[in-house]
Design a protein around this ligand. Structure first.
Ligand code: SF4
Ligand code: FES
Length: 219
C-alpha cells in the first residue's frame, strides 16, 4: 500500500493517505472486503460498498487517512454537528470538528500528537507506541456548562515548543465518549509531560520541549 493513493469506483472514489494512518484498523475490521489487508496489489475496492457505506467507513477513521469523493451526486463529507476532541488512552487526541489547523489548512478528522514523540507534529505518527507513552483516556471531568453552540470553526494553533491552543466551540471527551470538558478556549498538552493532562500546565518550558524539527509539512 502506497502512502497516498486514490481508487475510483463507479459511484465513489476513496483516497487513502498512509502518512496519517494510526492503524486503528476500523477499515480492515469493519469492511475487509473494501479494505483488504495483507494482499499484493490493489487493496481498496470502492465498488464493494455503497457510497453511503463508504462515507460511514470514512467517518469511523479517526486520523482522516481515509477520505472519499462521491461521484453519484450524493453529499460529500460535512462538518460534524458537534466539534469533539477525544482523548485516546496512551495515544493521540482524535479531532472530529470543522477545524482549521494553523499552517495545515482545513480538516474534519485528524489525530494530533500528545506524547511529544511524533516526527510529524502536530499530527500523530504512532510514535507513542515506541515511546511507551502512558496517559489515561479517562481524564477527570471538569465542571462545565452546555455550550451555546456546539459547532462552527475550531481554530487549532500549535504553539512553537508548546501546547495546542484551541479556540472555538469544543467538547473534550474521554476515549469512551464521556464529557471531560466543554470549552471555547483551552491549551492542550503536546509535550506529553504535563501533570494535568490533557491540559498544558507549563511543564513544556521546564523540560525544554522542542517542536521545530518535527513539525510536519502536510496534514
Ligand atoms: S486510521 Fe483510518 S486508515 Fe488507518 S487503520 Fe484506522 S481506520 Fe484504517
Ligand atoms: S505542552 Fe505539555 S505541559 Fe505544555
Amino acid at each position: 500500500m502506497g502512502s497516498h493513493e486514490e481508487v475510483r469506483g463507479k459511484r465513489v472514489a476513496i483516497q487513502f493517505d498512509g502518512r496519517k494512518c494510526i492503524h486503528s484498523r476500523h477499515c480492515v475490521l469493519d469492511r475487509p472486503d473494501v479494505f483488504v489487508p495483507n494482499v499484493q496489489g490493489e487493496w481498496i475496492h470502492p465498488d464493494r460498498a455503497t457510497p453511503d457505506e463508504v462515507a460511514a467507513l470514512a467517518a469511523s477513521c479517526p486520523s482522516g487517512a481515509i477520505t472519499f469523493t462521491r461521484l453519484d451526486g450524493g453529499p460529500q463529507e460535512a462538518p460534524p454537528l458537534v466539534n469533539v476532541i477525544r482523548v485516546r488512552e496512551n495515544g493521540p487526541l482524535a479531532l472530529h470538528a470543522d477545524a482549521e489547523i494553523a499552517g495545515h489548512g482545513h480538516v474534519l478528522r485528524a489525530t494530533l500528537c500528545r506524547c511529544g514523540a511524533s516526527r510529524r507534529k502536530p499530527f500523530c505518527d504512532s510514535g507513542h507506541v515506541s515511546a511507551g507513552f502512558r496517559s489515561t483516556g479517562e481524564p477527570e471531568p471538569a465542571e462545565s456548562q452546555p455550550l451555546a453552540s456546539r459547532a462552527g470553526l475550531l481554530r487549532v494553533t500549535p504553539q512553537p515548543d508548546g501546547p495546542l491552543l484551541i479556540e472555538g466551540n469544543l467538547e473534550l471527551c474521554a476515549g469512551t465518549g464521556k464529557t471531560v470538558n466543554r470549552t471555547t478556549k483551552t491549551a492542550l498538552c503536546r509535550c506529553g509531560q504535563s501533570a494535568n493532562k490533557p491540559y498544558c500546565d507549563g511543564t513544556h518550558a521546564r523540560v525544554g520541549f522542542k517542536t521545530s524539527s518535527d513539525e510536519g509539512a502536510a496534514p
